[in-house]
Design a protein around this ligand. Structure first.
Ligand SMILES: N[C@@H](CCC(=O)N[C@@H](CS)C(=O)NCC(=O)O)C(=O)O
Length: 205
């Protein structure tokens, strides 16, 4: 039994959210360490790569959200055992890191530049990745992204689609998913009905 704590911003989104969801689904006890944005400088000073999320396992700090996702996914039974299906799951999670890495530099841009950069992202790479994700979903049977069952890939896409729809990312149209890849919204609504997820968001909202 590991002693786990997960450190990330106090938002129901972002790079730690899939692992949080997985631990709720898998009934894995963990300390959910959340901090407000204004404390970020202080918190990241105490992390190995000056980044979050960090998963602390029996006192050892581990970085990299997709490594965390795989580890927690295995503990929660949400990561494929089959090598090929595991690769499909990883492919989706890593592709989502591509898109997250594209938006991160825009957070610190002046307003007008941010608007232009984000509109270009929405029309270009975000649309490309959303359409590709939709194709992957269809290729894998239309319900899940890998292994014909709920995996970490579904949780990572679920989080990203919720974020795009929420308006949290200024200048990214909240209609983007619906216009570019509507099946991802259907997938998001289905995943939201997972009892542990529905319960988690009912408590946090
Ligand atoms: N490759 C890392 C990236 C982590 C990362 O960049 N996290 C952001 C927050 S979501 C961060 O801490 N950035 C450092 C900063 O903005 O100074 C991972 O997958 O976890």
């Amino acid at each position: 039994m590991y002693k786990l704590s997960l450190t990330y911003f106090d938002i129901a989104a972002g790079r730690a959210e899939p692992a949080r969801l997985a631990m709720h689904i898998g009934n894995i006890p963990f300390e959910d360490i959340r901090f407000p944005f204004f404390k970020f400088a202080e918190v990241k000073n105490n992390t190995p790569l000056h980044q979050v999320p960090v998963l602390t396992i029996n006192g050892r700090q581990v970085t990299q959200c997709n490594s965390i996702n795989r580890f927690i996914g295995k503990l929660a039974g949400l990561y494929p055992e089959d090598n090929f299906q595991a690769m499909l799951c990883d492919e989706i999670m890593d592709a989502l890191e591509d898109v997250i890495n594209k938006i991160m530099p825009t957070f610190h841009l002046p307003e007008e530049e941010m608007k232009n950069a984000r509109m270009a992202l929405a029309a270009g790479p975000f649309t490309l990745y959303l359409q590709w994700l939709e194709t992957q979903l269809q290729q894998n049977g239309g319900t899940y992204f890998a292994d014909n069952r709920l995996t970490m890939a579904d949780l990572k896409v679920f989080e990203w689609v919720r974020t795009l729809n929420s308006g949290f990312l200024e200048h990214i149209p909240t209609t983007l998913v619906e216009s570019a890849a509507p099946l991802l919204n259907e997938h998001m609504r289905r995943i939201a009905q997972t009892p542990a997820i529905a319960e988690y968001y009912a408590k946090s909202s």
